[in-house]
Design a protein around this ligand. Structure first.
Ligand code: 13P
Ligand code: SF4
Length: 318
């Protein structure tokens, strides 16, 4: 069957050229590569991927795969996490510029300075952070397990949570544990306002509201469900609600609609767009496979220390 994306590409290609998708698939086989994509990626990128998921699910897939090459359709910290867990594999980011402004809000140098202010604190870093920051941390966490990790550490003398203040504040509220919060934030989620939720609720009075924990506490207070992007997929599937208002990056609507054709999904705001997530295109995926670029490489000493924090996360929630 010819997919919608394939049809579009065939129309734009003249005179019987092999379609872009076909070229990607053939080269993927030759290279023994796997394509992983985050839930915020462009629709056509999600459709060509072998697996689509949230940060935690993608890192687990990267660790498990037998493929020699991982084409990571997401942003740099995600590809780095794959490289931390899969030292024998080549991890390629189709657009080497795809970063995460939230992750950039904490450097290893800044974290070392903060650790010297709180020498007894256990450091928990959100996976949206560089490999160097993970290497300076005791535990890693994702939006799917931040609350569980913080809860397991309740006997620590203090916990420094880096870099997302809103995910940290959500974990603190749900566990009742006081955290030292780094002042970082995600511009996409902070851009979702309480009035956007009120407007969406007025337009769709019967709908449930689900939001990402990177949203502000004022927005979280208005939600029926707070979840990682993978958790949103599960909630959408399990809930009896026929209509759901989605408070996260708009790429999320694609997997939700694809997996739940009988339900209706509405974005809280069309303005919730992560520009870095949209940098990856089919053309760049093909180029990446052709040239084996841009390879994500982490110095071995950093990788080993970062891996310890990621493994502690996995052991803690197992
Ligand atoms: P998830 O782990 O929930 O997919 O979130 C990643 C992210 O970058 C959210 O902005
Ligand atoms: Fe980073 Fe926000 Fe984009 Fe997620 S949505 S990758 S946290 S900037």
């Amino acid at each position: 069957m010819v997919t919608k994306t394939e049809k579009v590409i065939k129309m734009t290609n003249s005179g019987g050229e092999i379609s872009l998708i076909k070229q990607i698939q053939e080269l993927k086989e030759q290279r023994s590569a796997i394509i992983l994509a985050h839930n915020y990626q462009r629709d056509e990128v999600q459709d060509i991927a072998d697996f689509v998921g949230d940060s935690l699910e993608l890192s687990q897939r990267a660790a498990q795969t037998d493929a020699k090459v991982i084409i990571f359709c997401g942003v740099r910290f995600m590809a780095e996490t794959a490289a931390i867990l899969s030292p024998g594999k080549r991890v390629l980011l189709p657009d080497g510029e795809a970063g995460c402004p939230l992750a950039d809000m904490a450097t290893a140098e800044q974290l070392r300075r903060e650790k010297s202010r709180y020498p007894d604190a256990t450091v928990v870093c959100y996976v949206n952070s560089s490999a160097e920051v993970k290497a300076e941390s005791d535990y890693c966490c994702t939006s799917a397990n931040a609350t569980a990790i913080v809860d397991k550490l309740r006997n620590s003398s203090s916990i420094l949570f880096v870099p997302d203040q809103h995910l940290g504040s959500y974990a603190a509220t749900t566990t009742g544990i006081k955290l030292i919060l780094w002042p970082g934030y995600c511009y996409v989620h902070v851009g979702i306002l309480p009035e956007d939720i009120h407007r969406a609720k007025e337009q769709h009075p019967g709908a449930k509201v689900m939001v990402h924990p990177e949203c502000t506490p004022e927005v979280i207070a208005l939600a029926d469900k707070v979840a990682s992007t993978g958790g949103m997929c599960r909630y959408a599937h399990e809930t009896d609600a026929a209509e759901i208002i989605v408070g996260t990056e708009i790429g999320m609507l694609h997997p939700l609609r694809k997996e739940n054709p009988s339900k209706k999904f509405f974005p809280v705001t069309e303005k919730a767009v992560c520009h870095d997530m949209k940098l990856t295109t089919l053309e760049k995926i093909l180029h990446s496979l052709q040239e084996m670029q841009s390879e994500v490489k982490i110095p071995e000493s950093t990788r080993l220390r970062a891996k310890r924090a990621v493994e502690r996360m996995v052991e803690t929630i197992a």
